[in-house]
Design a protein around this ligand. Structure first.
Ligand SMILES: *[C@@H]1O[C@H](CO)[C@@H](O)[C@H](O)[C@H]1NC(C)=O
Ligand SMILES: *[C@@H]1O[C@H](CO)[C@@H](O)[C@H](O)[C@H]1NC(C)=O
Ligand SMILES: *[C@@H]1O[C@H](CO)[C@@H](O)[C@H](O)[C@H]1NC(C)=O
Length: 377
């Protein structure tokens, strides 16, 4: 059984919001069986379970100390994870295990049964009848897959593994979202350097690039498309992340690829970069063909003289990603940065990857570059 490609899983420790932790402390851990792992990436922290009570001669309960979140795209098959902590714990109690999944309502009296399993007997209930099944990838696996998720399936689920000796309760929150509108996510840092934007600055920075602050879902799509960026940036909900596809050194290190989270940050005090989202262009992005190299002011004027405006960073990313725009000439953009978009990697022009190359925020008096313009149509 395969987890849907559009699924990912994040878990955070239930730390107070103001607690600071650097990404170096973040650890990804395999608690999903490898088959399920193909399309499932997650970040979690040190240990997964805490012993909540263990008085002598009574049942031991393990309660997950993590907030586990699964995000799924409407219509897909989504796996909700639930794992026994280890073989040892259940070694003496492998007979008669009961697995019960419940959808938890605000008022616990309104909880819905999802699935009950006792040995060979399995039953699904209500709106979950015949569309939920246990994965049973191995003896420790009590994960379920919900086929064809709808927005009505969103909410909190509880997995209980019961055998009288050791009871395990885990909770998973499922968020269901619709397909994205087409666009491109790009990291942005201002001319004053990285990690200088509070949330309000970040919102303004994206707007100035004809973009909006990206959602977690948009960053996830971009990450699946290969976005790998080692600086943390704001997302629209006030969380801070960075996407790692090629884990290396301080950038994901031995933690494996994933969206690495700093959690929810203080919107006034937190200083990061930002991930912006630009949608498809309505107008035309182009390199202005003209004889001279220009200062920044001359570049702005040259576009105006052409009946256009100097292009914004969002325009360049959108043209590059969605239209395959390719040009190996460094040009001014509206924020005073100099960049060029490469769709066909080649020697001397981004040899190893398709990318928008960043030359830098250059001296605006320097007559060294051309200009990219944008014309609304
Ligand atoms: C979801 O699971 C069902 C039943 O196993 C299968 O028929 C269907 O192809 C799956 N859909 C996707 C999108 O994987
Ligand atoms: C952030 O915003 C404040 C005021 O809202 C402003 O003074 C500051 O210059 C901005 N910083 C950046 C890097 O844009
Ligand atoms: C980008 O600019 C166009 C007009 O040129 C506008 O319609 C669009 O809403 C802008 N997008 C964002 C995210 O600001």
């Amino acid at each position: 059984m395969q987890a849907a490609a559009s699924q990912w899983l994040l878990s955070f420790p239930l730390l107070p919001m103001w607690e600071t932790f650097s990404p170096v402390e973040v650890q990804a851990r395999d608690f999903m069986p490898s088959e399920l792992n193909l399309n499932t990436h997650y970040i979690t922290f040190s240990s997964m379970m805490q012993v909540s009570s263990s008085p002598p001669n009574t049942a031991v309960s393990f309660i997950s100390s993590f907030l586990v979140m699964v995000l799924g795209i409407l219509g897909d098959n989504i796996t909700l994870p639930c794992q026994l902590p280890s073989k040892d714990v259940m070694a003496h109690a492998n007979i008669g295990i009961r697995v019960k999944w419940t959808k938890v309502a605000e008022d616990e009296a309104l909880n819905e049964d999802v699935l009950l399993s006792m040995g060979f007997h399995k039953k699904t209930y209500g709106s979950f009848a015949d569309r939920v099944f246990l994965n049973e990838v191995d003896n420790e696996d009590a994960s379920i897959t919900i086929t064809g998720v709808s927005s009505a399936d969103a909410g909190k689920y509880r997995c209980e593994i019961i055998n009288g000796m050791v009871d395990i309760i885990e909770e998973v929150t499922l968020d269901v979202q619709s397909i994205l509108t087409e666009g491109v996510v790009f990291p942005y840092s201002p001319s004053v350097g990285r990690y200088n934007l509070n949330f309000n600055n970040a919102t303004q920075a994206c707007l100035k690039q004809n973009a909006s602050v990206a959602t977690l879902e948009q960053l996830h799509e971009a990450w699946k498309g290969g976005l790998d960026w080692c600086n943390a940036g704001w997302l629209s909900d006030g969380t801070v992340y960075y996407p790692v596809t090629k884990a290396r050194g301080p950038c994901g290190g031995n933690k494996g690829p994933g969206l690495i989270s700093y959690g929810i940050r203080n919107k006034q005090m937190g200083r990061y970069d930002v991930f912006c989202f630009a949608s498809a262009l309505k107008g035309r992005f182009y390199w202005l063909v003209q004889p001279d190299r220009l200062t920044f002011d001359e570049a702005v004027q040259a576009c105006v003289d052409d009946g256009a405006e100097i292009a914004k960073v969002g325009h360049m990313y959108s043209a590059w990603k969605l239209e395959g725009y390719d040009r190996c000439d460094a040009g001014w953009l509206a924020d005073g940065s100099v960049r060029y978009p490469i769709s066909r990697p080649r020697r001397n022009c981004s040899p190893t990857e398709a990318a928008v190359r960043f030359v830098g925020f250059q001296d605006k008096m320097q007559k060294s570059y051309g200009v990219y313009c944008y014309k609304d149509e």
